[in-house]
Design a protein around this ligand. Structure first.
Ligand code: SDX
Length: 379
């Protein structure tokens, strides 16, 4: 096989639609071991990390390369608090948006604007990348929650200094101090969303970073990708589907109606897991069971289980993380338009770690095409 494809007639075996099963990068950050049904984050099981550590620990692991000691973890929490203030110009940029604009469009705009306020924007060293990653993580809870408040004509609320990172994020989203269970479940969901190998949005970030463009631009591109309903937008779509129903029977009927029309049921299927379970969905299903029991809302849990059974029976498909994260966020009191923005805020730690890695060992992404157009024409 020739090394180039100048003629445009290179064989089809160099082409995989949607880059399915194509390896695009080398990374030490994460890997989906489908056979073992395990998500590996720098050698650890993501599920074990979600059960035995917390989001700040996982952020440190992804950004720095190791789990923090308890002292180091406290230092990171304090650093995130110290860096949480959002530049006024970022909120001003959100105020210029039309009220009712999509929350992901607001977040994408705000992240892009935030980059203009970072003095280290054009510093591509790993140390600067790590500082920028923490700065972004520190500011995203307020940008997400207060940006949405501004979109709806409300004033920003101040963060609570007495709450840890995840609990403080959930407080900003709901304006209510979370219970211990709510804070723990939300923290687990942030870990579940934190990093997942090479989804479309992470690939978008690495492609942008590979031109030696900056971290904020790369995360902005990832935000645009994540909004799509085939990707991060699925969690909002799942909740909208659940809200259209009030029982297991009505959910089953709605799903069968959609399937009969060859429509996709959001929250099911996955390019990599194919017809195997998403380990993260099982974690969030367990979280939903706990929240449902605590709020005596067993019906919602059983309705979601019924929906899962429908897709297994009709299509042989399993739920992905979004299917169970959506009802969990609903029971936590998070507004539906903020479901995907929370996904992005959680994934920001993985995205920043990928950008740092790309800048450290860079090779510009520039693939080729299988040309299908006309040839040898003359004007
Ligand atoms: C996320 O990549 C990541 O890791 C992403 C993510 C992350 O952490 O970053 O995991 C987060 O994005 C999870 C996915 C969220 N999206 C959805 O829930 C949207 C619904 N899912 C589908 O659109 C679909 O499953 C995709 C997009 C996720 C994957 O699609 P593929 O790999 O392109 O699969 P396909 O379209 O080739 O479908 C294969 C078959 C088809 O049937 P046939 O036409 O061959 O008979 O499976 C069917 C599809 O019709 N199918 C579905 C379906 N998903 C696949 N049928 C109904 N409902 C679905 N959801």
């Amino acid at each position: 096989m020739s090394s180039s494809c100048d003629s445009g007639d290179c064989g089809d075996d160099r082409y995989s639609p949607g880059l399915e099963n194509i390896i695009a990068s080398e990374t030490a950050l994460s890997y989906l071991d489908v056979e073992k049904e395990e998500i590996v984050l720098r050698g650890y099981s993501l599920i074990e990390l979600a059960r035995q550590t917390g989001y700040v620990d996982v952020a440190h692991l992804l950004i720095e390369g190791s789990l923090p000691t308890s002292e180091r973890r406290l230092a990171v929490e304090l650093k995130l608090k110290a860096e949480e203030e959002v530049p006024g110009g970022v909120y001003e940029s959100i105020r210029l948006l039309p009220q009712g604009a999509h929350a992901m469009d607001m977040l994408r705009t705000a992240i892009s604007a935030l980059g203009c306020f970072d003095e280290e924007l054009e510093d591509f060293s790993p140390a600067s990348g790590r500082r920028k990653a923490y700065r972004l993580l520190a500011k995203l809870p307020q940008i997400t929650a207060n940006g949405y408040r501004i979109l709806n004509g409300l004033e920003p609320v101040a963060p609570r200094s007495d709450l840890a990172y995840s609990a403080g994020f959930l407080y900003l989203l709901t304006n209510k101090k979370p219970t211990e269970l709510e804070a723990h479940v939300f923290d687990q969901s942030l870990v579940a969303y934190s990093e997942h190998e090479m989804p479309n949005s992470t690939f978008a970030a690495r492609v942008i970073a590979s031109t030696m463009s900056d971290m904020y631009g790369a995360v902005t591109g990832a935000a645009a990708s994540l909004k799509g309903r085939l990707h991060g937008g699925a969690n909002e779509a799942v909740m909208k589907m659940l809200e259209e129903t009030s029982s297991s029977q009505s959910l089953e009927a709605l799903m069968l109606e959609k399937l009969a029309k060859k429509e996709r049921i959001m929250g099911f299927g996955h390019r990599v897991y194919m017809r195997k379970p998403d380990p993260r969905a099982l974690l969030m299903k367990e979280a939903l069971r706990k929240l449902a029991a605590a709020s005596c809302n067993h019906e919602l849990y059983h309705r979601c289980e019924a929906g899962e059974a429908v897709m297994k029976r009709e299509k042989g498909l399993y739920p992905n993380l979004d299917y169970y994260a959506a009802p969990v966020y609903h029971l936590l009191g998070i507004p539906v338009p903020l479901f995907t923005p929370v996904f992005l805020a959680a994934r920001a730690t993985g995205l920043c770690a990928h950008v740092i890695e790309q800048h450290e060992h860079n090779r510009l992404f520039r693939p080729r095409v299988l040309y299908r157009g006309p040839k040898d024409l003359h004007p």
